[in-house]
Design a protein around this ligand. Structure first.
Ligand code: HEC
Ligand code: HEC
Length: 454
């Protein structure tokens, strides 16, 4: 009896696999990708493990004791640097920091990974793939290095002036400039002229529908190799090649992600009215969505700079020399970056309630201020955490506190200064995207109600 049952069970399992057909391998790749992303580091360790417990001494106040109160210490650590508990096993470290691979695959020392920027939380729940709205990467890297008694190498560019935004583009451009077209390392950088600003990290859950990606839409969204740029600091061409299939799995996983639903009540009558406003004023660029928020159609439209009118520094940062050099390497071989820049890509708006601040440079704190440009604050204090106490359900996004422009931000201690977003800085301008201005107050608030459903 028992044998018979097991036998039938496994035969049925095989049968189920075969009728699932073409979709089945995808699910398997997605799962491989999830594991590859959340369980493995692809860089060498940069810091000793014990350094995690030492950095608290640099905070200028009595930090919880990492030995006697590990939970208190980890909370304080996460708050300090804008990190979040890992929603997967991570040896007790926050998402984005992990044990690195030493010689022979041993896990020794610490390193950062994709999720330092691409993992975050909202309302106390962590998500893989939400852009980290709290991150202070400069402080994290500085403090870990200083706590080991080492000096930070001189900064070649500003990584971040405020929390949440990060100059990932310039990291990639600088690393690429010390590679030859055959990917061998150079002593002297090639002058590529690239000069990127700090950027808002896009949510991975909107990657699925995209034909092109990055804020300027110049890269084919099916490019696996472009997702590997983060490892340019260390990997040899052969190592890149060996990891390509793993990154194809990771990409399949990223494309499978979906956003969390809006957790507060939604007025369905007003949302229905808002949907009509959206269809008329927004859908041609941002696409259309079903009742469950799923994408029905998405045009992957890149809008000319003069029409969108948002800050142009990110756009100008992609120089012809950078594009030509990237395209000459293994990274650009299969999916070259487009030689023609148009403007910025209108992203899908799935899960938009959870991804404030808005625009490619994170310069606008809420949907209400995005859709009425005269109300956008120029200098303001950012939320102190991604908890719901700092979340604004009416304006949808972060509560913010305007800062008197007479305030001398430079005179503040750095921890405080990085809680202030200053739109007068290069690349952080909050102009443009004025498509909501012409709407009536009623239409705008109905529209915001609708956006909560996506
Ligand atoms: C230092 C922060 C940081 C790290 C680390 C990082 N990214 Fe990103 N990522 C960004 C930012 C910022 C952008 C937007 C860049 C732009 O458009 O100019 C981005 C864009 C992307 C996009 C395009 C998303 C879209 O919809 O346009 C993908 C895919 C991506 N990153 C994958 C990865 C992977 C995989 C890793 C790790 C191997 C990684 N990133 C590491 C910050 C980071
Ligand atoms: C002409 C095309 C176009 C129209 C019309 C348009 N948008 Fe956009 N939208 C864009 C582009 C392009 C961006 C990205 C701009 C940037 O980041 O600099 C954007 C960005 C956004 C963002 C921020 C996305 C993010 O992740 O930060 C939101 C929200 C948004 N639009 C909502 C709307 C709504 C609501 C409407 C209708 C009132 C609308 N848009 C009309 C092109 C458009």
């Amino acid at each position: 009896m028992r044998f018979g049952y097991r036998f039938t069970h496994s035969v049925m399992g095989l049968f189920a696999l075969s009728i699932l057909g073409a979709d089945a391998p995808d699910q398997v790749a997605i799962e491989r990708g999830r594991i590859a992303l959340t369980s493995t580091g692809y860089l060498k360790p940069a810091w000793k493990e014990e350094t995690y417990k030492k950095v608290g001494k640099l905070w200028g106040f009595e930090a919880p004791d990492p030995e006697n109160d590990p939970e208190g210490y980890s909370k304080a650590f996460n708050k300090r640097y804008g990190l979040h508990p890992a929603p997967f096993p991570n040896d007790g470290y926050p998402m984005g920091l992990r044990k690195g691979n030493g010689p022979n695959g041993t896990k020794v020392g610490l390193q950062i990974d994709c999720l330092v920027c691409h993992g975050g939380s909202i309302g106390g729940t962590s998500y893989v793939g939400i852009g980290n709205s709290q991150l202070d990467l400069t402080s994290l890297l500085n403090d870990l290095t200083i706590a080991e008694g080492r000096k930070m190498p001189p900064a070649l560019f500003t990584l971040n002036t405020a929390r949440g935004t990060v100059n990932a583009g310039q990291i990639a451009a600088v690393l690429l400039s010390v590679r030859n077209p055959d990917m061998s390392m150079r002593t002297f950088p090639i002058p590529l002229g690239a000069n990127f600003p700090e950027l808002n990290t896009p949510a991975w859950w909107n990657l699925g529908p995209k034909a092109t990606m990055y804020h300027d839409g110049r890269t084919d969204a099916s490019s696996v190799r472009s997702n590997m740029q983060f490892m340019l600091a260390e990997l040899s061409l052969q190592e890149f090649k060996d990891l390509e299939s793993t990154f194809a799995d990771i990409q399949a996983y990223l494309k499978s992600l979906t956003p969390p639903r809006y957790p507060f009540p939604i007025d369905s009558t007003r949302a229905e009215l808002g949907k009509a406003v959206f269809t008329q004023n927004c859908a041609k660029c941002h696409g259309t969505y079903g009742s469950d928020g799923a994408v029905e159609s998405y045009p992957s439209r890149i809008v000319e700079l003069k029409t969108i009118g948002t800050d142009r520094v990110r756009f100008d940062g992609t120089t012809d020399r950078l594009v030509k050099h990237y395209n000459a390497t293994w990274l650009g071989e299969l999916s070259p970056v487009s030689e023609v820049g148009i403007g910025y890509q209108a992203p899908p708006l799935r899960g938009i309630w959870a991804t404030a601040p808005y625009l490619h440079n994170g310069s606008v704190p809420s949907l209400a201020t995005l859709l009425k440009s005269s109300t956008r604050p120029n200098v303001y204090r950012l939320p102190r955490s991604a908890e719901f106490e700092n979340y604004d359900q009416t304006n949808v996004g972060w509560k913010f506190e305007p800062v008197d422009t007479a305030l001398d931000i430079k005179a503040l201690i750095i921890y405080e200064a990085r809680h202030i977003f200053n739109t007068s800085r290069v690349g952080l301008g909050n102009g443009g995207h004025t498509f909501g201005d012409k709407l009536s107050e009623q239409e705008r608030s109905d529209l915001i109600e609708y956006l909560k459903t996506l």
